[in-house]
Structure formats: C-alpha cells, structure tokens
Design a protein around this ligand. Structure first.
Ligand code: PEP
Length: 251
C-alpha cells in the first residue's frame, strides 16, 4: 500500500505577505531534490496568491487554513473554495482545533466545509483530536469516532481516499508536549480501522493520516516510523524554513 507521506506546515496567523514569500522561497530552495515526500505550507489567506506564485514549479505546495462552505454571496469576511483554488492553493485545513475552540467550528460545519473543498478541487486536511480532559476521562476513542462519523458523513470512497485526516491531540498543540509513540500508534491504528469499517477496507487503506502536535526535528523520525502515520502537520516548527527542512528530511 503506497501512501506518499505529507509534511505540512500550518503558519497560523504569522507572517505578512512578503515575509511568507521569503520563507516559502527559502523552503523551496532547501527542499530541492527531496524525494517521496509531499510538502505543503499553509500561510494566511492574504498571502496565498503571492506564496503560490513564489513556489510555482518547485516541490512546495500551498494550502489555506480554512474556507467557508458557500460558493459566493453575502458572507462578509469569508473565503470560498473556488477563491482558494484560484489563488493557487491545492490543500485546505479544515476543523483545526483552534477553529473549533475559538471560532465555533463543529463537526457539522467540518462536514460542509469538507464537501465544499472537494467540490472546489481542493484536498481537505481534516483535523480531529481530543482535549486533555477528554483523554483523562478515557473518552479519546469515543470523541475521535464521533468526529470521523459526523465530520465525514456522506462521503464516497474516492473522496475518503483523496482527503487527508490529521490526528492532532489538542493537549499537544503548541504546548511542547508530544503524544508518545505508543499513544500515536494506538490512535492511528484505531483511525485506520474506523475508516475501513465506515468506508470499506481497500480504499480507506489509501487515506493519509497525519500526526500533529509539537512535531520537531528531534521527534519526527520516531513518529514517522509508526506504520499508520503518513506524515505530520507542524505548527511552530514550520515557521523557520531552516528548521522545517529538518522535519521534511526526516529519513
Ligand atoms: C498545529 O497547529 O497544527 C500544530 C500541530 O502546532 P504545533 O506543531 O506548534 O504543536
């Protein structure tokens, strides 16, 4: 089963347009010759066209951090999938825990946004994960099952194969706490099985499942050695291209 690993950088609300272009160009230069790994960076929406132009023809792909599910209309402040695609992006993050926590993104909204992303020809990176409280209360698998069931409700097999799932335990994001290899192994195995049961075996085996949460150059190798880990979603450590490249070149 071949699943090309994806190493994705989430730049959150960092970097102006020119700063994002500089970092993206540096990353493109450093990643020349990287083989068998897909690379993606997600700058702010404002920087998408500039960054997409800056990395055109290189190995670096571009993603947005969010989208709205409507195609167009009176939705002040929002950005549609078509707009993101026209700006040169190929991916979009959906349901990041910061969106869920601060902007009210629910599983139902995640589902509509994922549909909109696929309709616009984007690859959705659907983020799921439990909070510290949920883990302490042993609700991790219940929470993840619900996020997958409700967030991916109604999707076809081909769609499930196209999208990327990112397991991001909320307690590990931006905290410096990384989930242990055993914890990640257990969850990713559970997620693969869940996809297989809900969407039928063979194709679900091709869905990429990323891990995210304080991934750094010194822990990426161990995380990537886990069978069902198909890449990483990286926040803080993706901001500096010279650091991020050491995650991308984990092998
Ligand atoms: C993220 O924002 O998706 C993330 C995983 O952040 P960090 O790597 O900083 O924990």
């Amino acid at each position: 089963m071949s699943r090309t690993p994806l190493i994705a950088g989430n730049w959150k609300m960092h970097k102006t347009g020119p700063e994002a272009v500089d970092s993206a160009k540096r990353l493109a230069q450093l990643s020349e010759g990287v083989a068998d790994v897909d690379i993606m960076i997600a700058p702010t929406s404002l920087a998408l066209p500039l960054v997409s132009q800056a990395v055109a023809g290189t190995q670096v792909r571009v993603g947005a951090q969010n989208l709205y599910f409507e195609k167009q209309g009176a939705f002040t402040g929002e950005v549609s999938g078509d707009m993101i695609r026209a700006a040169g992006a190929e991916y979009v993050l959906i349901g990041h825990s910061e969106r869920r926590q601060f902007f009210g993104d629910t599983d139902a909204l995640v589902c509509r946004k994922t549909r909109a992303a696929l309709d616009a020809g984007l690859i959705p990176v659907v983020c799921i994960g439990e909070t510290e409280k949920e883990r302490d209360e042993e609700k991790t698998f219940f929470v993840l099952d619900k996020q997958v069931s409700d967030g991916l409700k109604g999707f076809g097999l081909e769609e499930i194969r196209t999208l990327v799932l990112a397991y991001e335990p909320v307690w590990a994001i931006g905290t410096g706490k990384t989930a242990s290899v055993e914890q990640v192994e257990e969850v990713h195995r559970f997620l693969r099985k869940t996809l297989e049961e809900k969407f039928s075996g063979a194709l679900a085996k091709e869905t990429r499942i990323l891990y995210g949460g304080s991934v750094k150059p010194d822990n990426v190798k161990d995380l990537m050695s886990i069978e069902d880990v198909d890449g990483a979603l990286v926040g803080g450590a993706s901001l500096d291209a010279d650091k991020f490249i050491n995650i991308i070149r984990y092998q």
